[in-house]
Write a protein of this length. Structure first.
Length: 75
């Protein structure tokens, strides 16, 4: 995982994560909507689960990459 993330430039990953997390820009972002559904226990349709994954994966990868960068900086 660390090797895979090292090939992706951090600014590029950050831009992708922000765009996907905030899309669509005109109404409520899908990520917030799907997280609300998850916490309300109403996230049951496969399309909603896929949508949560799609809009959240770049943000998760960015957080993992930042964690690895902080960990490497300590050593």
């Amino acid at each position: 995982m660390r090797k895979f993330l090292s090939y992706i430039p951090t600014p590029t990953l950050a831009i992708i994560a922000i765009i996907l997390a905030l899309a669509p820009f005109v109404s409520e972002p899908h990520l917030l909507q799907k997280l609300r559904m998850l916490f309300n226990d109403s996230l049951s349709r496969p399309i909603d689960i896929f949508d949560l994954f799609l809009h959240g994966i770049a943000l998760i990868l960015l957080l993992i990459k930042i964690f690895f960068m902080m960990k490497d900086k300590k050593h």
